[in-house]
Design a protein around this ligand. Structure first.
Ligand SMILES: [Zn+2]
Length: 188
């Protein structure tokens, strides 16, 4: 139709940006990951890496100082649930995931790959490659064997899109501030 806005987000950009914004909820100083489960272009659930319900973020060993000594209580991974697992945990019970897609800001680890494969999700689209190559390859092998397509997104310029979105929000905030100032001025 004529007059349609041109620079709107594509579905893939939209879901990847949801992952990239959601990961900002993570308390992990080193790795922040966001995941979103989508079916028929509808968001079913969102997750980011964090501690289980009931465990306080403030008590967790985020600096993971136990890795050298083998002290499990001082290793963050003893407690952290990955974004993909949390997204799955956040689904309403009994959700049918056939033909569903999981978008992730980072390619999955093997543990998450196993869980994803078991759910019936048919496609995984990730933004960035997991830096531990052996783990990443194992995860991809699991997904491939299970018949789950796992691909890195071809979308580019997400940072630029987000900057433009940021600029728009910034201008709206400025406008809002000015309106508040005007009202305050009128009151005096
Ligand atoms: Zn994982």
């Amino acid at each position: 139709m004529p007059g349609k806005r041109e620079n709107y987000l594509s579905w893939e950009e939209y879901f990847l940006l949801i992952c990239l914004v959601s990961r900002e909820r993570s308390k992990d100083p080193r790795t922040q990951v966001g995941a979103v489960i989508v079916k028929n272009n509808r968001v079913l659930a969102i997750g980011y890496n964090g501690t289980p319900r009931g465990m306080t973020d403030d008590e967790m060993p985020w600096n993971s100082l136990g890795e050298e000594t083998g002290d499990l209580f001082q290793i963050k991974n003893s407690f952290v649930i990955h974004a993909e697992a949390n997204a799955l945990n956040n689904l309403p019970l009994g959700t049918d995931l056939s033909e569903a897609t999981m978008y992730i800001s980072l390619s999955p680890c093997s543990e998450c790959a196993k869980r994803i494969a078991q759910t019936g999700i048919t496609k995984v689209i990730y933004f960035q490659e997991y830096k531990q190559t052996a783990q990443a390859n194992l995860a991809k092998y699991i997904l491939q064997k299970a018949g789950v397509e796992c691909v890195q997104s071809h979308v580019t310029g997400l940072g630029e899109k987000l900057m433009l979105i940021g600029e728009k929000i910034f201008l709206e905030e400025e406008k809002q501030k000015k309106q508040v100032q005007k009202i305050l001025y009128r009151k005096h």
